[in-house]
Design a protein around this ligand. Structure first.
Ligand code: PMV
Length: 330
């Protein structure tokens, strides 16, 4: 009744920004992401251990909402495997990338938790069930159960059973694609994605326009990925990130995640493109741009980021599925 899983984080090329159901974490729009290797999180889950649930994240005992989100996933597994009488669980999770990477380790963490908890409970391997389960912890986690390029379909049902991610292309489809993560600020962001998107949904006059184009944007991204058209994908990524941020800039109170160095790097990428270097940015709910490029230009992308004051750069390739490991964390 113990299992360990390693999962990679993912970065949305077409972003999710806003829930239609806060409790079930159901999005207003579909989204599409790239799974990022070598960054990963390992999680061990054991049922029937101790007298109460224990949750440890990166060396600390989890408390408050962090702990509640993990227990929500564990409780859902206990409910599904009710005949197995699993009892209290112990869960230990460790990210092998610096928290300063500016990428939500929660996506990789909840994907690893969902796959590990199901395996520890003796439930069959099932990417769809694991994706549905991980979504209860963190929305974007549902796209980290599988590798390559995954699409989270928004779904229509009020119970959320049709809101999960499927793999559109695996990690071998486009091995030359690169995502260069540039850290320009390590400060904890003031407004978490959860609150930022809620504010946009409730107060931004641009929100309906953002939602209106989202499904078509996913279809376009799929087509550009199929054709391995870097320029078209890059241009779409930038546009999608700008539109997501525009909803928050127009919200009340307005919310701006961009820092001076973020803008400096964005402008510098434009200059690079004029010189023929294929580099485009995307930006999650934070100041650290991620640069979409190919293997031949990843060093140029890194140099551009460093020249704009990035303190750290992580070069990523398309990552694989969440995987069971033989070695446990406890
Ligand atoms: O799943 P959350 O709550 O971490 O929100 C993710 C929101 C973005 O990263 C900005 C976009 C996305 O689709 O991942």
């Amino acid at each position: 009744m113990k299992a360990t899983v390693r999962a990679h984080p993912n970065l949305a090329l077409v972003k999710y920004w806003g829930k239609r159901d806060d409790a079930l974490i159901l999005p207003h729009q579909s989204s599409l992401s790239m799974t990022l290797s070598p960054l990963s999180v390992r999680t061990t889950v054991a049922f029937g251990a101790g007298s109460a649930d224990e949750v440890e994240l990166n060396g600390y005992v989890a408390k408050g909402s962090e702990r509640d989100r993990v227990l929500r996933v564990l409780d859902a597994v206990r409910a599904e495997a009710k005949d197995a009488k699993l009892g209290p669980a112990k869960m230990v999770s460790r990210g092998d990338f610096p928290a300063s990477a500016g990428l939500a380790s929660s996506a990789a963490g909840f994907a690893a938790l969902a796959v590990a908890a199901r395996a520890a409970a003796g439930l069959p391997a099932d990417p769809r069930a694991a994706s549905l389960l991980s979504r209860l912890g963190s929305g974007s986690a549902c796209r980290s159960v599988q590798g390559g390029f995954c699409e989270w379909m928004r779904g229509e049902r009020p119970d959320g059973m049709d809101s999960y991610a499927v793999q559109r292309f695996d990690e071998k489809h486009w091995p030359e694609l690169r995502m260069v993560v540039a850290i320009v600020s390590r400060d904890e962001k003031e407004v978490k994605s959860r609150d930022g998107m809620k504010n946009a949904v409730e107060t931004s006059p641009y929100y309906p326009a953002w939602v209106k184009d989202a499904e078509a944007e996913v279809v376009r991204a799929r087509e550009f990925l199929a054709k391995k058209d870097l320029q078209a994908l890059g241009e779409m990524c930038e546009r999608n990130a700008w539109r997501m941020h525009a909803t928050s800039l127009a919200a009340d109170p307005p919310l701006c995640y961009l820092m001076p160095k973020t803008l400096e790097l964005i402008h510098s990428l434009r200059e690079q493109r004029k010189k023929g270097v294929p580099v485009w940015f995307t930006l999650d709910a934070g100041p650290n741009p991620c640069i979409l490029t190919d293997a031949a230009h990843e060093l140029a992308a890194e140099a551009a980021a460093m020249a704009c004051g990035a303190t750290e750069v992580v070069r990523c390739v398309p990552g694989g599925d969440a995987q069971l490991l033989g070695e446990h964390l406890f």
